[in-house]
Design a binder for this molecule. Structure first.
Ligand code: EPU
Length: 419
């Protein structure tokens, strides 16, 4: 298992290109099985979750090729296996996203039920209830979701909670259903909208994109299309946090500042100077001191849970007290004990982390537990005194493309050791 070794203290800066968004690519990849001809995708990040999704599509029978410009071509016409084994769902919960497309296009699906995961129990009841409302017959047998349907029918669905993959699953199913589906309390994350734009490019009829009510008029067929995936707002936010923590000055390119409004406001509150253009963001923290910021994680457009751990690290070194409240996942503070081992002063009370800023963090050996927690430990290592060794880095490879190379380009002293 690889480790990352970081010598803290470098000031990070320069220019960096942001990759395609993991959480947009995953649903778009599986949505390609709805089409009846080849789909060509660009801006696909090289990530472990993307490789897993491609493996999943290939297992189901899809033809996959990568052309000379690194565009990914998916031929869905040969899909003939409608099953996703536990081994795949276990490594990537987003595998549940094949349920809607398989049911809509092929009328059957057998997908392993995802168990709990490091950040919480993460049930899928809203996905299943929505598909049932559209006429699917769904049973849970021996840990598998076994679903069948003739042709799904449009339905008026009110989702109890805002769920990103739940909204995506139902939107994909509704695209080929008979009649109109209305999804109320839909997630508005940019990745959900990107999927909707992709489906519309294939011939779907989705209205209300970017709002909490989606109106989907089912069509008979969807055609293959060429599509470029949006930039990764969380990757961008993570590199901005690195510059903020190290009093650096960074300009990110190939990014959409409109997707990061709540996050950029919090960077300004933390003392950073922010400047943006159509597809770039500059954060300048030179000669400026970090200020503590209070955060409540909420569905988009509010502050994202996927940036919570990174801001918590910033708070550990900001003078004063701050409160970070996690409302999306019940167990998303696993980075806290590791940060405390590095000298942070954080106490957890229920879903609130209270931080009293300290003057420094000290490098040590720490353990990554999930994707964003791993990112926060890298950030802590960049600013800590001495050496930080991060174990179980495979978590970070799920969601950050060439992570050590990108940090290195910003000036970090970081290397990967294969063990
Ligand atoms: N929920 C239910 N029932 C459901 C579905 C969700 O109770 O049927 C609950 C969840 O347990 C959670 C809340 O609703 O408490 C919101 O979860 P959501 O369904 O929105 O999360 P998700 O779709 O499983 C996606 C991202 C996550 C991101 C969350 C929140 C993908 C592949 N994953 O997960 O990304 O944190 O939305 O924005 O899109 C990450 O990239 O590190 C990551 C975890």
């Amino acid at each position: 298992m690889d480790t990352l070794v970081i010598q803290g203290g470098a000031i990070l800066g320069g220019e960096l290109d942001i990759s395609g968004a993991k959480n947009a690519v995953l649903p778009i990849l599986v949505a390609s099985i709805l089409a009846d001809s080849t789909v060509t995708l660009t801006n696909i990040p090289h990530l472990r979750d993307v490789t897993t999704s491609i493996e999943l599509l290939a297992t189901m029978g899809a033809g996959i090729t990568v052309d000379e410009k690194l565009a990914l071509e998916i031929d869905p016409t040969t899909v003939n296996l409608f099953e996703v084994p536990y081994e795949l769902v276990k490594t990537m919960r987003a595998s549940i996203l094949v349920l809607g497309p398989l049911l809509a296009r092929h009328g059957e699906a057998r997908v392993s039920l995802p168990g709990g995961c490091a950040i919480g129990s993460r049930p899928v009841n809203i996905h299943l209830d929505g598909l049932r409302a559209m006429g699917a017959d769904i049973k849970v047998e021996k840990g598998f979701i076994v679903a069948t349907a003739n042709r799904l029918k449009g339905a008026h669905i009110f989702m109890d909670m805002v769920t990103v993959t739940g909204t995506e699953n139902l939107m994909m199913a509704a695209a080929l259903a008979q009649g109109v589906t209305i999804l109320e309390n839909a997630a508005r994350e940019p990745e959900v909208s990107d999927l909707a734009h992709f489906l519309n490019a294939m011939g779907a009829q989705i209205e209300g994109i970017g709002t909490s009510t989606l109106r989907i008029t089912g069509v008979e067929r969807l055609n293959g299309v060429a599509y470029r995936v949006i930039p990764d707002r969380i990757e961008a936010g993570t590199y901005l946090a690195a510059a903020a923590l190290t009093q650096g000055d960074v300009t990110l390119r190939q990014v959409d500042p409109g997707h990061l409004e709540a996050v950029l406001l919090k960077f300004e509150e933390a003392g950073a100077l922010i400047d943006t253009g159509h597809d770039w963001i500059r954060l300048d923290m030179r000669n400026r001191l970090l200020k503590p910021v209070n955060i409540v994680t909420m569905p988009y457009p509010a502050f994202p849970t996927d940036m919570q751990a990174q801001f918590l690290v910033m708070n550990t070194l900001a003078k004063g007290v701050s409160h970070v409240k996690e409302t999306i996942f019940e167990n998303r503070f696993m980075h806290v004990p590791e940060l405390v081992r590095m000298g942070a002063n954080i106490t957890i009370d229920g879903n609130v982390a209270m931080t009293q800023g300290v003057s420094k963090l000290i490098g040590t050996s720490v353990m990554a537990t999930d994707l964003r927690a791993s990112a926060s430990l890298i950030l802590a290592g960049l600013v800590a005194e001495g050496e930080t060794v991060i174990n179980r880095v495979y978590h970070i490879d799920r969601g950050y493309e060439r992570v050590e190379e990108k940090f290195h380009r910003m000036g970090a002293n970081i290397q990967r050791l294969a063990t």
